[in-house]
Ligand binder design. Structure first.
Ligand SMILES: CC(C)(COP(=O)(O)OP(=O)(O)OC[C@H]1O[C@@H](n2cnc3c(N)ncnc32)[C@H](O)[C@@H]1OP(=O)(O)O)[C@@H](O)C(=O)NCCC(=O)NCCS
Length: 152
């Protein structure tokens, strides 16, 4: 069974480890390794932000991945990562769908946007399966990225 809770300070190390996963860094827009000091400052800020929700997912009680949805300037954006040992089981699309539904219901009734690198076929498939629809293409750091939207 797949379940989630909102992140709290106890998840600091877990999120740090997941953030520095090789594939996750490669698919992110800032690809450098994250330093512990930067992580704790960042995480403290996110925990205080009422328009940022970090969902920690568990599969059969084991932490298996995360979704973050947050309001940035004029857009609400989403990111996802599945823990290495849990990839390839179709969990990402379920996580994206559960978190997106919760955010719209509990936090803010607003369109959620995913920015996905054009080459990240697995992620594209996961977002499409979760109900996200492609609506734009933009260049970010000289790379083609697709914009997907959920709701409204
Ligand atoms: C992207 C990510 C979240 C996907 O999670 P996952 O639960 O392992 O996804 P799955 O393995 O179930 O794959 C999703 C779909 O992509 C398909 N897929 C797998 N490899 C593929 C490939 N090389 N090309 C195309 N599709 C592929 C799967 O078959 C599956 O489709 P299906 O459900 O129709 O069978 C995970 O790989 C991850 O955490 N990557 C690092 C972080 C990241 O890239 N985040 C997204 C940034 S936008």
């Amino acid at each position: 069974m797949l379940a989630y809770e909102y992140a709290n300070i106890d998840h600091q190390q877990l999120l740090f480890d997941w953030a520095n996963d090789e594939e996750t860094r490669r698919n992110s827009y800032n690809s450098g390794i994250i330093k512990w000091k930067d992580h704790i400052n960042w995480f403290e800020k996110k925990l205080k932000d009422p328009l940022c929700k970090i969902y920690i997912f568990k599969f059969e009680k084991s932490p298996c991945g995360m979704v973050r949805i947050e309001k940035r300037e004029d857009e609400t954006i989403i990111g996802v990562s599945v823990s290495k040992d849990f990839r390839g089981r179709g969990l990402a699309s379920l996580m994206i769908e559960m978190a997106s539904k919760d955010y719209v219901k509990q936090v803010k009734k607003e369109r959620i946007i995913a920015y996905i690198k054009g080459e990240n076929a697995i992620s594209i498939k996961s977002f499409e399966k979760a109900g996200y629809v492609e609506f734009d293409e933009v260049m970010i750091n000289d790379e083609v990225s697709k914009k997907y939207a959920y709701g409204i």
